[in-house]
Ligand binder design. Structure first.
Ligand SMILES: [Fe+2]
Length: 377
């Protein structure tokens, strides 16, 4: 089942959201979610993801009373593998789990992230925080992204401090956390909350609690500068102090002049369109219907080098995930070994080996695991 942003936001439409973004103010819609919140993501799915399917450990954080714990020291990770029993024990002791990039693991959330990018014309990633006690998952902080939060299970009190700082960077040292509580919101299952970036907050769960967050990452000037430096290697000429003050001054002046000229020439609007919503470009194909993460003309490629198991159904650990690929997934991997190809071509080749339905299911499975990426044609 695909989930669309409108399903999630219910009564909170894009124009109300845009107003909240423009005014940088909180929006709380009690019971506003347009679908049963557990259809979005549930504790059972989290358990399944962590304990059976295996998420990339880089996307998992365990926090103890607001502090990030070292997964290896806690024994949650051993030799790069998650240890479910240790994790279960820790949740009983009241730790919190933060899962980033959730859209990489669940096709329905991948669809949701893509749909959100198309509607919001921005980059969107999805994460979740599960708490198992009243201890906070994180210390008071602000996020550089605008947040759309849906409370799925349990209740959670959000305390906000001061006014939002207009800063699209995480942990900017010049942005100090204000002391005064400027707002308090109690989130219950089905509630939707918009939190503008830069607004300091801290959450306290009643007990077991799960919320899902769509993080809307806006481009900043730093992103443009990074891309310019990538595009023009000469902007990255080194500055060598040992050559003397004069040479350093010359080099700095030349770099500055060059940067200004590149900035002048840059078509910032096109850059922004390109930078934003990498998944949203797929809609330009006009295929109609539900957004398809693998349209026929998209270019499919393996994201990591892999040596698949010899036969289907065998447990396979690759690219930080562990799962049992079916015949379709194996056929897709072998069809991609020689290099990227269009989805249509890939499904033809893999379909001849494993059958068309198996090949399609295998491709979806590999996309869901982040092992195959589809680039726009
Ligand atoms: Fe946050």
């Amino acid at each position: 089942m695909s989930i669309m942003l409108r399903d999630v936001l219910g009564t909170l439409d894009c124009s109300a959201l845009a107003e909240g973004m423009a005014d940088r103010r909180l929006i709380h819609r009690p019971g506003g979610c347009g679908i049963p919140p557990e259809a979005l993501f549930s504790l059972e799915e989290l358990e399944q993801l962590l304990l059976r399917e295996g998420a990339d450990s880089k996307d998992l954080r365990v926090t103890v009373n607001g502090r990030m714990a070292n997964l290896e020291m806690l024994g949650v990770l051993k030799d790069g593998r998650l240890r479910p029993l240790v994790l279960r024990q820790l949740t009983r002791q009241g730790v919190s789990l933060i899962v980033n990039n959730l859209h990489r693991y669940l096709p329905k959330l991948w669809d949701l992230a893509g749909d959100a990018e198309r509607l919001l014309r921005d980059r969107v990633v999805i994460g979740a925080i599960a708490s198992f006690s009243k201890l906070p998952a994180l210390p008071p902080h602000y996020d550089p992204e605008d947040l759309l939060i849906v409370q799925v299970e349990g209740s959670k009190t959000w305390r906000f401090f001061g006014e939002p700082a207009d800063c699209g960077m995480a942990n900017h040292e010049m942005v100090k956390p204000p002391a005064d509580v400027s707002a308090t919101v109690v989130m219950r299952p089905g509630d939707v909350l918009f939190v503008p970036s830069g607004l300091h907050h801290q959450c306290e769960a009643e007990g077991v609690s799960l919320h899902v967050g769509l993080l809307i990452k806006h481009a900043t000037l730093l992103d443009l500068l990074r891309d310019l430096c990538r595009e023009h290697p000469s902007l990255n000429r080194p500055i060598r102090p040992l050559l003397g003050r004069e040479k350093v001054a010359e080099r700095l002046a030349a770099l500055k002049a060059e940067l200004i000229s590149h900035l002048d020439e840059a078509d910032a609007a096109s850059w922004l369109a390109e930078w934003n919503a990498p998944r949203a470009r797929v809609t330009g194909l006009g295929l109609g219907g539900a957004p398809d993460p693998a349209p026929a003309e998209g270019i499919a490629a393996l994201t990591v080098t892999m040596v698949p198991p010899g036969r289907p159904g065998r447990r396979w650990k690759v690219g930080g995930v562990e799962f049992k690929p079916g015949a379709g997934a194996l056929a897709v991997v072998s069809a991609l070994e020689a290099g990227p190809r269009t989805v249509r071509d890939l499904l033809d080749a893999a379909g001849r080996e494993a059958g068309p339905d198996e090949a399609r299911a295998g491709l979806d499975q590999l996309i869901g695991k982040g092992l195959v990426q589809i680039a726009p044609p």
